[in-house]
Design a protein around this ligand. Structure first.
Ligand code: TMP
Length: 234
């Protein structure tokens, strides 16, 4: 399968058409942005790490019965995916307090949450991806009640699978962002699961191994991604 026309270029990925109208190629770039692209940079080899990590995780989730857009990994930076209509929601799942949740609640970073917290954000760069409630989602027709319920159930299922998956690799899955897409087969888990959109800490030392190293200039950014690659892929 070969890439043809570019149909979308985002901050970290490019989507290309293929000869099959139902399949796209998702290409992973080294470009990194943070704070709604106010901060820009490059993380050497990030695209290779993210393509591999995302492929392995989607494959794992598929074996556990989660339907995803993943078809197969094509090469270092490209994966073949099913074409979906992305639901314009960023679904954030949190197991520990960190990031914007720490800011909003005043709770200390690293505090374990008594249960899985699901948050909803409207995926719109121009608006800065504002947080929304299920009522906003329904009233502004971003998704139907049925879709919201299905996405929430799926997100919690994914979390129940990924927490122990990362634990076995001595990684704490602190929080992460998922996206879902509409497809004739139903709602599919889409986008990516990578250190760009997950907070991943070393389970023992709690050292950050994800994009927070880039966001907050913590240094050793590439090393963080390499650690995740080695523990998940290698
Ligand atoms: P937050 O604490 O900044 O709200 O982020 C929660 C999680 O979502 C974190 O793992 C990073 C991820 N995330 C994205 O993937 N994209 C985004 O635009 C934002 C704001 C967060």
């Amino acid at each position: 399968m070969k890439a043809s026309e570019k149909i979308y270029e985002g901050k970290a990925k490019i989507l290309y058409r293929t000869e099959d109208p139902n399949l796209l190629i998702q290409y992973f770039k080294d470009d990194a942005t943070a704070f709604n692209a106010q901060k820009k940079g490059t993380i050497q080899n990030k695209g290779v790490v993210n393509c591999a990590v995302s492929s392995v995780i989607f494959e794992f989730l598929e074996t556990k019965g989660i339907k995803t857009h993943f078809v197969k990994k094509l090469d270092d930076r490209q994966m073949l995916i099913k074409k979906v209509e992305i639901i314009p929601l960023e679904v954030v799942i949190r197991n520990y307090v960190a990031g914007s949740l720490a800011k909003r609640t005043g709770k200390p970073e690293g505090e374990k949450l008594p249960e899985t917290l699901v948050e909803w954000y409207y995926k719109d760069d121009a608006l800065g991806d504002p947080m929304v409630t299920k009522d906003h989602i329904r009233i502004f027709k971003l998704a139907t009640n049925d879709e919201i319920a299905k996405v929430e159930t799926l997100a919690k299922k994914v979390n129940d699978l990924l927490v122990p998956y990362f634990e076995q690799r001595e990684i704490l899955l602190v929080d992460y962002k998922l996206e879902f897409g509409r497809h004739p087969e139903g709602i599919l888990l889409a986008d990516e699961i990578t250190p760009d959109g997950c907070r991943l800490w070393d389970a023992k030392t709690r050292e950050k191994m994800d994009k927070d190293r880039f966001r907050f200039d913590l240094g050793k950014v590439e090393e963080g991604y390499k650690q995740i690659y080695e523990r998940v892929v290698g």
